[in-house]
Design a protein around this ligand. Sequence first.
Ligand code: M6R
Length: 590
Amino acid sequence: MCGIIGYIGNKKAAPILLKGLKHLEYRGYDSVGIATLSKKHIFVKKDVGKVGEVSSKLNFLDLKGNTGISHNRWATHGGVTQKNAHPHTDCSGSIVVVHNGIIENYRELKEWLIKKGHKFKSETDTEVVPHLVEEEMKNEKKFAEAAKIALKKLEGSYALLLMYKDDNIIIATRKGSPLVLGVSDHGYFAASDIPAFIEYTKKVVYLSDYDFVTLTPNNFKVFNLLEWKPVRRKIDTISWDAEQAKKGEFEHFMMKEIAEQVDTIQKAVQQDRKIIDDIVKEIKKAKGIFLIGCGSSYHACLAASYIFSKIAKFHVNVILASEFPNYEHFLTNDTLVIAVSQSGETYDVLEAVRAAKKRGSKVISIVNVMGSSLTRESDTFLMMHAGPEICVLSTKTYTSQIALLSLLAYALAENYEEGKKKLNYLWNIIYQLTSRTIREKIKELAEKLKDKEHVFCIGRGLQYATALEAALKIKEVSYIHAEAFAGGELKHGTIALIENGTPCLVFVSEDNKKEILSNAIEIKSRGGYIIGISSKENEIFDSWVKVPESNTENAIVQIIPIQILAYQLAVLRGCDIDHPRNLAKSVTVP
Ligand code: M6R
């Protein structure tokens, strides 16, 4: 995925866009570029690197004009090169475009345009867009009219911003990729996500697929691209503010977001009881339930399958969203799909939801980003209310997802109030676990592990989901190879890799301590270094992370020290914590 932001108004665009790009860096950070419009001239600066680096090199702030569009890239089509960085222009440099998404039919369009004499400068799919508009403008069409015709030729997904040198407007449009407008007293914004402009306004307009917006310094108009008629979109006011999108006292968003879990669990379980009851009715009525998600969200689904089984004696199927096509033929109009996603924009999740809807199944989703595609495409959705998660790693939203799914399980077991109380009470434990003292203690453990090549993580039952999430956290931020196993599985092969000092995180809960400790002993007798995550110390532990026993809520509390461990490992290894290499916050491509 990529991040885009445009501004038009009575202030200089470049500084606003530069700040916006910094806030959107979590969406992509291999190259960056800005185009501005001033006195019928388009100015473009772009290069490979992060916002700060490229801006110091090219001095973005030099760019003149009160209108501009900009882009953070996460490469899909074409390597990470200056030429492939956005913005892209037509042959004459008069039309300029930034794009998030994938134009699937770009090859055919490119061939057609080349035959018409267009010269391409990049390997990207995006570059067909300015050339298509240019081609339409040859037929005496005005910019907006030409853009409308050109955009109808695109297949795939896009959030696009377009400018033309002779018109002081920005065209903003979306299909399948996020785009939201910001309305301030000095101008208008169009961006992939609200943090890009939260400093200037809390007033937002969520756009729908095929919305085609013309932004001028004084107003905005929305049309439906397919039917070409005006549509009304209301202006919403968001509940969080710029402070929440800043690091505050923390050095990195990751640690800030880990610490926020003191509040976010409580926010997650603050739901409208009526909606929860309606969802419970749907769950009871359904013949077959699928929980789907990707990455950490998938791990939350897996944890929930144990929680549903334990609390509500209820079976749910858990499938990776990307593997869902293999199970689609089981779907009927009696099936219920529960889709879990922080961003609400993950391609595989959206595709699975679309497939389910086609077969008449009901879709309920658990999402953190209001206005995201998933909120629009589901029959019902529950918001996590975790506030913006800027670090590429999921931390607070992972535990919010589990809290919400646990709340559903408690409601299903007709134990809603009791369950909500238990979840609410976790703040106390999380407060201790995220305290400076514990963070320092975990740093000492990180010192011992920082030069290791491999880490193994084991757990049984619910703790297996925690082990998977722990391994993912360690891998993605510290680049140490970490692998998770259900406690009984390591000895079926992988135990061959255990050498003197190989670290193994062992997640222990009261109900499976006998079995998991016996697995830990198997590892220890081959030289493994055992790190116990449990409520009680044990002689086989070489290191111990104390976490109070919390039954099914272990899924929330046991992962927190490991989020901190992953963070500390990354700090000690000098990794780029909020922007790990090769990653992007939401994966909007197949
Ligand atoms: O926005 P989503 O929850 O749908 O994203 C799913 C995964 O891409 C995400 O959880 C990813 O695995 C994170 N990097 C985990 O930290």
